[in-house]
Design a protein around this ligand. Structure first.
Ligand code: ZN
Length: 241
């Protein structure tokens, strides 16, 4: 079984479609989704429909939560708050129900899925360094924990003080060692590479590979400007920051 692991799609249809094409070309058998389907971007309904259509195993992100519960956006910056208010107005009652029905964690095939941090999934804490990751290992039993939230790809092995090199050719996960893996963001990368990011995970072979995919970021950026969302959310897609 090989899975495409996607996170932080953020209503970016063009990036998501490019990722799905790339995953299909890789011949994946299933999809795991780490949340933040919506927020920031112009196509929330289309992204939700596609996640449902493909029966992705999905957990809830902080933007998904704020899309059905306005209280949740109090920690958001101004652009994020404006965008989630726009999203809340646009979603159907069924879409909001779908997001509110998502769990905070899921365990599948030896992997824990959580949007932010396994120690407190609802606190939306960022795991940004190897030290942050080491503090999280006691809070799950699975061999791998997949996370998103920071929009920056990362692989950390248990008891190691360095983040591993996650370029596209580094595939093998050391056997008998647990890992925390951030797959990066499909719809709003922030590591300086504007290409959409996702992971391919094979629990049987114990391999993981990060994949970057080019997509028409100019088209999404234009849609953001045309839809009345904060213009900065369009321009940042072009720089990947
Ligand atoms: Zn996000």
């Amino acid at each position: 079984m090989r899975y495409a692991v996607v996170s932080d799609i953020h209503s970016n249809w063009e990036a998501f479609a490019a990722v799905l094409d790339a995953a299909a070309a890789e011949g994946v058998d299933g999809y795991l989704c780490l949340g933040d389907l919506v927020g920031y971007g112009p196509d929330p309904d289309r992204v939700i429909a596609e996640v449902q259509e493909r029966s992705m195993v999905t957990v809830r992100g902080n933007h998904d939560h704020a899309a059905f519960d306005a209280e949740e956006d109090r920690f958001f910056n101004d652009w994020a708050r404006e965008a989630i208010a726009w999203t809340r107005d646009r979603l159907s009652a069924e879409d909001r129900d779908y997001l509110s029905g998502l769990g905070l964690t899921a365990s599948i095939d030896g992997a824990l899925l959580v949007h932010a941090a396994p120690s407190a999934p609802r606190a939306w804490r960022y795991v940004l360094s190897a030290a942050d990751a080491q503090a999280e290992f006691p809070y799950f039993d699975e061999t791998v924990c997949f996370i998103g939230h920071s929009h920056v790809p990362m692989v950390v092995a248990e008891s190691e003080s360095e983040i591993r090199d996650v370029r596209e050719d580094s595939a093998r996960l050391s056997s008998g060692v647990r890992h925390i893996i951030n797959v990066g963001s499909v719809g709003q990368p922030r590591d300086g590479d504007r290409r959409a990011s996702f992971g391919i995970y094979d629990p049987d072979q114990r391999t993981y590979r990060l994949v970057r995919v080019d997509y028409d970021a100019e088209a999404t950026s234009r849609k953001i400007l045309d839809s009345g969302l904060p213009p900065f959310l369009g321009t940042r897609l072009l720089s990947g920051r």
